[in-house]
Design a protein around this ligand. Structure first.
Ligand code: GLU
Length: 486
């Protein structure tokens, strides 16, 4: 039975790299009908917070990841780690260390000055039994160090292949600090043993920790899990992905209007690919296709264009009614939602969303596209106004078109097209003069869906009102350079 874990430290937001680790663990567990444990590694009490834990859980839930056990909080398990460290001392596999940081630093400096490499010099291993007893009885603060055995530690990483390390290059690392707090190596191994973890799937940055942890499994006489270390994600400049590359916190992608399934696809496809085609895969398809063997060793590049492409693809492929459910909170936030969208205006909204979605890469862009159709307020792009609304002939032309529109009893794209083209012909101007001006007056921008469908969806009343705004919009752009009209 496969059992894996995702073990974030709640010292900050959940970032793309950690999400990929969570996602591969989840896919691996689901593919193998195994279990996923969520463990919160909050042993660094001063840097961890419950607020961050909650934000991490929220980010996982947004992407659609669930777990079968946990969250297990390491901060509630300190006694267990202390007991485990003492157990190793009693078995002679670990020892008390009374050295203060200052003493260690001094000896380290001396060693380096004489041109040698430093690792802990086992000063306290060689204390006599009486000396140790005396210090412990006096209450001298003591850390517990692992006693590094001789030999070589080897393992077969499921992604990187065979890895071997000579133990003499490792030091007697600390298991329990003198303040009683466990180090990462101790807590992680104790918990993985207790949970019965079969596969440890985590970032490359932990690969050098693995030999030490394998030695701990041996010391505890427990079975060693398999390890898979995921390659580091790079930014487009091939440097480690960081804040310099823009937003990397998972929840910020929700705020930018990405759909969870598009984001899931994007992150899953950093190092792995569910199939040959470049497309949106369902979660089920990805579970079915997932295998650790197909994860590539090379570092993947974080490419936002790909995320945008996947997102706009999903926006355009999903059923309109589902898209509207995703949009609802966005519309609500901007005061654009009406309950009539569930009843008498349902069909209108569905047609409208279908009309504008080909030009939207995110829910944010989609909301902005919908706004002028729903609201009476239009934000005019000054550039578009300058380009298409300043022609003096419009003062005469637009009222004529407005009068044509007023005559209409129905307001449908084909007849609207006839009216606009007919009026252009009569006036001896290109239809484009009307079309561009209409688009800017109606939508506030120079780009948008086909103008005749736009007019139809806008409806007669709003169209006539906006046609009457020419002078006002022009004046405002000439005076202030900005236009907000309603
Ligand atoms: N808490 C560690 C981290 O956030 C993960 C430890 C592990 O996976 O072994 O990097």
């Amino acid at each position: 039975m496969v059992k894996v874990r995702f073990a974030p430290s709640p010292t900050g937001q959940l970032h793309v790299g950690a999400l990929r680790t969570a996602l591969f663990n989840w896919l691996f567990a689901r593919h193998n009908r195994g279990l996923l444990v969520l463990r919160i590694e909050d042993t660094d009490v001063s840097r961890s917070s419950e607020e961050m834990t909650q934000s991490i859980l929220q980010a996982l839930q947004w992407v659609g990841l669930d777990w079968d056990e946990g969250p297990i909080y390491q901060s509630q398990r300190f006694d267990i780690y202390r007991q485990a460290a003492h157990e190793l001392v009693s078995r002679g596999q670990a020892y008390y260390c009374f050295c203060t940081p200052e003493e260690i630093e001094k000896r380290r400096q001396d060693k380096i000055k004489s041109g040698q490499h430093w690792k802990y010099d086992r000063h306290c291993l060689h204390l006599s039994a009486e000396e140790k007893k005396e210090r412990l009885e006096k209450g001298v603060p003591a850390a517990i160090r692992f006693l590094m055995p001789d030999g070589i530690t080897e393992f077969d990483d499921l992604i990187h292949g065979h890895i071997a390390v000579e133990n003499k290059n490792l030091e007697d690392f600390v298991l329990l600090r003198s303040d009683g707090f466990p180090t990462y190596h101790l807590s992680v191994v104790v918990d993985d043993i207790e949970s019965g973890i079969t596969h440890v799937i985590r970032g490359d940055d932990h690969i050098t920790n693995t030999p030490k942890q394998i030695l701990l499994y041996r010391a505890f006489q427990k079975e060693i899990p398999q390890f898979a270390h995921l390659p580091l994600i790079l930014g487009p400049d091939r440097k480690k992905l960081s804040k310099r590359h823009g937003h990397t916190a998972v929840l910020s992608f929700r705020e930018q209007g990405y759909l969870p399934l598009a984001f899931f696809n994007f992150v899953a496809q950093l190092s792995w690919s569910p199939g040959k085609e470049e497309r949106i895969y369902s979660r089920e398809e990805m579970i079915e296709a997932f295998s650790l063997e197909h994860i590539s060793k090379g570092s993947p590049i974080f490419d936002l264009n790909k995320l945008q492409w996947l997102n706009s693809r999903l926006i355009n492929e999903m059923p309109v009614s589902e898209l509207i459910s995703e949009l609802r909170p966005w519309l609500e936030k901007k005061g654009l939602w009406a309950d009539a969208f569930l009843t008498e205006k349902k069909e209108w909204l569905e047609r409208l969303v279908a009309l504008v979605r080909p030009r939207s890469r995110t829910l944010l862009e989609l909301t902005d596209m919908l706004a002028p159709f729903i609201s009476n307020q239009v934000d005019y792009d000054p550039e578009a106004v300058r380009k298409h609304l300043l022609d003096p002939c419009l003062e005469e032309l637009l009222p004529k078109l407005k009068a044509d529109f007023e005559q209409l009893t129905t307001f449908m794209a084909p007849e609207l097209e006839q009216v606009v083209r007919g009026r252009a012909e009569k006036e001896g101007v290109k239809a484009a003069v009307f079309i561009h001006a209409l688009r800017v007056l109606l939508l506030g921008r120079a780009v948008g869906p086909g103008i005749f469908e736009t007019l139809e969806m806008m409806g007669k009343e709003k169209t006539l009102a906006r046609l009457g705004r020419l002078a006002e919009v022009r004046k405002s752009v000439q005076e202030t350079g900005e236009v907000r009209n309603g």
